[in-house]
Design a protein around this ligand. Structure first.
Ligand code: DX5
Ligand code: ZN
Length: 221
């Protein structure tokens, strides 16, 4: 039901000239900006927060900003990201004491809400919140770093989530994050994903437009 979305992860962008780099990836045909927030506590790395999201909005970035929170605790940073211009906010259930409350908090702040599942996190937590999520994000690497390899067992998990979404009757995006490249995006799409995060595969190439176009060709096959 959803158009496929390509969401470059700005974790692999040039932080010293971030506005310019993000503008050029949007000009190159990207749909969303994927914004990775790491706290050196829930995950072993430290990145960027609401101030940088706000700065991108002030710079003129108008594409949806997909904020992926890898922080614990998660609730108190959510209103700050909503104010800073986040469009979608996703979080890991392990990082929230009250998952239902956190999902509601995100929607109350006017953003779309999503849950993120690590490679070894079971899916049963979805059973009672399918009416409260706008997006489900499956991690195909362990969170914390860009440039890791896609974990193959994620394909079977994607098919399971696709089935859960279809059976639920709700309009829920299915996003995949980690190790997505031109040469595997086709099979990831076939397994049911509609929203594709790619960091190193886009930002480490010389021509963003060509890479994004190749990704679109692979999912149109
Ligand atoms: C990992 C992040 C990803 C990462 C993806 O914790 O959530 O968004 O930047 O990077 P690539 O596409 O290089 O695997
Ligand atoms: Zn991410």
């Amino acid at each position: 039901p959803f158009n496929p979305v390509i969401a470059p992860s700005i974790l692999s962008a040039d932080f010293a000239r971030l506005g310019e780099d993000v503008a050029s990836v949007i000009d190159a045909g990207a749909d969303w900006v994927h914004f990775d927030v790491m706290d050196n506590h829930y995950v072993p790395n430290l990145t960027i927060g609401p101030m940088v999201c706000d700065a991108l909005r002030n710079y003129g970035i108008s594409a949806p900003i997909d904020v992926h929170l890898m922080v614990k605790p998660v609730d108190r940073i959510i209103p700050d990201f909503a104010k800073a211009g986040a469009s979608t906010i996703t979080f890991h259930p392990e990082a929230s004491e009250h998952v239902d409350r956190t999902l509601q908090l995100i929607r109350d702040q006017g953003c779309e809400a999503g849950l993120v599942f690590n490679p070894a996190t079971p899916l049963h937590i979805l059973d009672y919140v399918m009416d409260k999520v706008d997006m489900i994000l499956l991690m195909s690497v362990n969170p914390g770093f860009g440039g890791q390899s896609f974990i193959p067992s994620t394909l079977a998990k994607l098919r399971q989530v696709r089935q859960k979404i279809d059976e639920s009757g709700h309009a829920i995006r299915l996003e995949i994050d980690g190790g997505v490249k031109v040469d595997n995006i086709g099979e990831i799409y076939a397994a049911g994903a509609d929203t594709f995060v790619a960091g190193s595969a886009i930002f480490n190439t010389a021509n963003y437009q060509e890479t994004i176009a190749k990704m679109r060709q692979e999912i149109a096959k």
